[in-house]
Ligand binder design. Structure first.
Ligand code: HEC
Ligand code: HEC
Ligand code: HEC
Ligand code: HEC
Ligand code: HEC
Ligand code: HEC
Ligand code: HEC
Ligand code: HEC
Ligand code: HEC
Ligand code: HEC
Length: 248
């Protein structure tokens, strides 16, 4: 008889323990603005923050998509989606994040070690060093391209990237045709979770303007708000509904 009840008693004890622990550990309180006023040239917008979360049952991460863990304070959208990615932004933004875990949200890739078997390539080029190196007018002796070609390049001397690529592409045009996916045979990528080095400008890899890579402030708001309304067919999103958000 006693043996039969033992498991039940054990379970009840555990449950009781958990209940007490639940009361004792304070509930994780997240700071939540009730409503937020945005002043802007389209007419001010009052955003019903708490209603969106509580009444419309939208989890924080739907909007605050930068949070890695739920106890991270959300950042203002403008810290990552500024009005423009100008010099001021580049200078200021580095100090505007609580820790470096945010950096890899945008700086998501860095080139690692170059994968290039020089010896094998001497053979592929049939020992004609000038397949890649210059003649003695420029390079007295074959050497590292980076000795003369800088990261930025100049009007007359191309960047290391462009200089090297121009030589490699003569035999490896297939890799370059694949765009960003074709970088990996030559460039190993760093694991950005454990990265601690300098950051390469986006344009070094993308060859497009950073403003086309990260949304600016207005588009970030418009896209985030409207996309959801449209999907759920609730809330304003149609072209003639500007004034449901923008008060004159
Ligand atoms: C429907 C979208 C949405 C949801 C859901 C949402 N938020 Fe927000 N929240 C916003 C927007 C937009 C702002 C204004 C950000 C700004 O000023 O740039 C904001 C601002 C905040 C702020 C003020 C700090 C800041 O970023 O300016 C806090 C704190 C916050 N939210 C916490 C939360 C928490 C916690 C949850 C979930 C319990 C949550 N929010 C759910 C959209 C949302
Ligand atoms: C820590 C930086 C960071 C913060 C803070 C941030 N974003 Fe973003 N956001 C990004 C990056 C990086 C991308 C592009 C990569 C991606 O899609 O994840 C992006 C993409 C977007 C997109 C397009 C893709 C999508 O998820 O719909 C929208 C819209 C957007 N953000 C709106 C917002 C809004 C609104 C806020 C504030 C509530 C916000 N973001 C806060 C970094 C951030
Ligand atoms: C919202 C996206 C975003 C986040 C988050 C972000 N950056 Fe940037 N960062 C940029 C953009 C865009 C540039 C301009 C790059 C360019 O010139 O092409 C830049 C430029 C830089 C540069 C100059 C690179 C160069 O050579 O031009 C450094 C250094 C840098 N960021 C460091 C950081 C650090 C450190 C963090 C985290 C604390 C961080 N960034 C977070 C978007 C971001
Ligand atoms: C397929 C292209 C290619 C061919 C062919 C080639 N090289 Fe190179 N070489 C390179 C590149 C690219 C580098 C720079 C590698 C780096 O920075 O890691 C280099 C670097 C070097 C260096 C500097 C090494 C160092 O670590 O300082 C020497 C010396 C060199 N090459 C000699 C030669 C000689 C001699 C030949 C002909 C027998 C030759 N190379 C043929 C592409 C080539
Ligand atoms: C000693 C300095 C020096 C070194 C080392 C050097 N370059 Fe150059 N490179 C120059 C100069 C100067 C120019 C511009 C003058 C010209 O266009 O002839 C140039 C131009 C170029 C150009 C554009 C013109 C052309 O020839 O197509 C390419 C491509 C190039 N270099 C590739 C390379 C590669 C690849 C390496 C390494 C394997 C390398 N260079 C090493 C100095 C150097
Ligand atoms: C003269 C032609 C030629 C040039 C120029 C050349 N390669 Fe190659 N490369 C070859 C050949 C041939 C192979 C071996 C067959 C293959 O894998 O395509 C090869 C193979 C490779 C591989 C291994 C391929 C893989 O899929 O893993 C890498 C990486 C590579 N080359 C890098 C470079 C780099 C970097 C340059 C420019 C500095 C360069 N090559 C320039 C002919 C060339
Ligand atoms: C066939 C091999 C090859 C391919 C494919 C290739 N690269 Fe490179 N890349 C090189 C070589 C070789 C250098 C010169 C390295 C040096 O001398 O320091 C270089 C240099 C660079 C540099 C400047 C130096 C640095 O380390 O920051 C950048 C940026 C770069 N490559 C970006 C890319 C991107 C983005 C792609 C894909 C679109 C790509 N590369 C594809 C061979 C390649
Ligand atoms: C070292 C090279 C490298 C650097 C530097 C880099 N990226 Fe990328 N990025 C890539 C590669 C590779 C992909 C493609 C990933 C895939 O398709 O698998 C990519 C994809 C993206 C995408 C997805 C859409 C697209 O255009 O393909 C965005 C957005 C993006 N990067 C933004 C940025 C921003 C913003 C920066 C600078 C803060 C940056 N990247 C710096 C290599 C780089
Ligand atoms: C993930 C989904 C989602 C996002 C993101 C979102 N909304 Fe909504 N929104 C809703 C839903 C659901 C309703 C409820 C509509 C109803 O009940 O008819 C709503 C209603 C509204 C309404 C009308 C009623 C009210 O509560 O004020 C406005 C105005 C509004 N949203 C503004 C915004 C703004 C501004 C943003 C961006 C900062 C935003 N919403 C982001 C889902 C979303
Ligand atoms: C779901 C709500 C919502 C709707 C609908 C909406 N907007 Fe907005 N709009 C916003 C928010 C939020 C901002 C960002 C406010 C900020 O930057 O602080 C904004 C910003 C703007 C800006 C400011 C741009 C700047 O650079 O200052 C303009 C202009 C604008 N909207 C016009 C419109 C027009 C036109 C429509 C209708 C076609 C529209 N909006 C519909 C919410 C909305």
């Amino acid at each position: 008889m006693r043996k039969k009840f033992l498991p039940i008693i054990v379970i009840l004890t555990i449950l009781f323990g958990l209940t007490v622990a639940g009361y004792v550990t304070p509930e994780k309180k997240e700071k939540m603005p009730v409503r937020i006023l945005f002043k802007n040239s389209g007419g001010k917008v009052i955003f019903t923050h708490i209603r969106h979360h509580r009444d419309y049952a939208i989890p924080c991460e739907k909007c605050h998509h930068e949070r890695e863990t739920s106890d991270q304070e959300p950042l203002p959208c403008g810290s990552c989606h500024p009005e423009s990615f100008d010099k001021d932004y580049v200078r200021e933004h580095i100090r505007s994040f609580p820790d470096t875990s945010y950096c890899s949200k945008c700086h998501h890739a860095e080139l690692g070690k170059l994968n290039f078997n020089h010896e094998a390539h001497e053979e592929y080029a049939e020992d004609d060093c000038q397949t890649c190196h210059h003649d003695t007018n420029i390079e007295k002796e074959p050497q590292k391209c980076g000795n003369c070609h800088t990261n930025a390049g100049t009007k007359d001397v191309p960047s290391v990237r462009d200089a090297a690529h121009k030589r490699c592409i003569t035999c490896h045009d297939d890799m370059f045709e694949e765009g960003l996916k074709g970088c990996s045979p030559c460039h190993k990528m760093h694991d950005m979770k454990n990265y601690s080095g300098d950051y390469t400008a986006c344009g070094q890899c993308h060859q497009k303007n950073e403003k086309d890579l990260v949304l600016n402030r207005t588009s970030a708001f418009h896209d985030k708000c409207m996309e959801c309304h449209k999907q759920m067919k609730r809330g304003p999103y149609k072209d003639n509904e500007c004034s449901r958000c923008h008060l004159k």
